[in-house]
Design a protein around this ligand. Sequence first.
Ligand code: GLC
Length: 519
Amino acid sequence: MSASPQVSSPIKESVEALLAEMTLAEKIGQMTQPEKNSIPAEDVTNYFIGSVLSGGGGNPAPNTPANWAAMVRSFQEAALKTRLGIPLIYGSDAVHGHNNVFGAVLFPHNIGLGAARDPELVAKIARITGLEMLGTNVHWNFAPAVSVPQDIRWGRTYEGYSEDTDLVIELGVSYLKGLQDVEPRALASVKHFAADGGTAWGTVQTYDWIMGNWQSADDRWSIDQGDALIDEATLREIHLRPYQAAIAAGAQNIMVSFSSWQGIKNHGNYHLLTEILKQEFGFEGFLVSDWMAINQIDRDYYTCVVTSINAGLDMVMVPFDYKLFISTLTAAVEKGDVSIQRIDDAVRRILRAKQWLGVFEQPFPDAALLNDVGSDEHRAVAREAVRKSVTLLRNEKDTLPLAKDTPSIFVAGRGADNIGLQCGGWSIVWLGGDGAITEGTTLLEGFKQASQNIRYDAAGDFSDARAEIGIVVVAEPPYAEGMGDNDQLTLSEEDIAILKRVRPQVDSWRWSSSLAAHC
Ligand code: GLC
């Protein structure tokens, strides 16, 4: 796979000139990414911070597109007050639309888009997501995930397009180009490098030295962030090819995976991050860590910082104690444990991506884009995606499609009338939510738009009547990451009870079920 398109000469020249002016403090500031609740805007100025992020649920209050734009603007204005006025890039997980923002358009998760198998649609979704992000001053999307899930017990399976690498490449590259190749461009983060979807069940470590770390605090984590016990040939064939394709398609940023490969944490693996990704694959962009991920490398934080930066990490999603990170890396450079050449290489990569993104010339996107967040035009594409993502698994006796004049239809199941359950994880907040978490059309509302003969009961209690057709909507509670690791992939007792309650009340029982991955 050829190396990425070379960085243009003008960008290279301007970056070298800027780099030559920078102090060590200004350089290390560019490598530091705090989360927005952990840093006052004035410290973005004081510490020359290169990026701020919103983690899942890192929303302003009230959570509106306008408040998002104002929140991000305040951080950018602080960055522009620094001596050299280097703009920051604000990052957020817009993994199925600009999903943290109330009222933004949400799309099916990648698993649904994989089922739809429509690269042009994925490019449209990426374009819309980019426009809605830029409408809120957010330039950097921590997407697309090019995970290749190999074990569906993984809580992040739904964030992958497919278990098939070639389909992941086709759709992941489409998303990347949709986000980056059209003006105004947004920055993609291709994630999580590498083999995040190739770990083995039961290989998750606990990190009792990390306060409040989910893996130590919650025993559901069983495969997410575990160890990929595969040989290098398998790693390359299944999990590395999407990154080669993304680099060839112009990727400027890659996020490193929490997981390990053959017992070595990816965040500390020089062979993976530098020898393979940067040297062999020719990646000229920058690597960002995952959320506090470097802390998992060792009990000693100094060792975490030195090991990860020397392995090839360029920016650290700290995300809390940015002062400690900055002082630790500064000490490591002063002691010679991290060379100034490594620092310059990291900062050069970051500045090139910012130049490529255009934030030096235009640190604030066109304010008019804010008006299009949640627009009907964008929602029409979401509806198209929902239609195409619905997957028919069985259709005995041609039950589907239902005739428009079906005289009586029962609908049951909480998921029929619950936007939160429809949207899944990474929706407004990290783990998603229950009920009217954002704007949208529930399944029941959609059914009622198509037929006047609908009767709904969440529990499926229709003991006083009969109907020709029964629809039971089965929906799992939303989750994210390892909180969704699950080796009991069965229907809940409640859903089984609803099915049993509805079945005797409908005239003819025929199995037809569809996997409606939508939101
Ligand atoms: C999370 C996820 C990653 C996300 C990041 C920032 O832990 O692993 O996908 O981009 O943190 O929210």
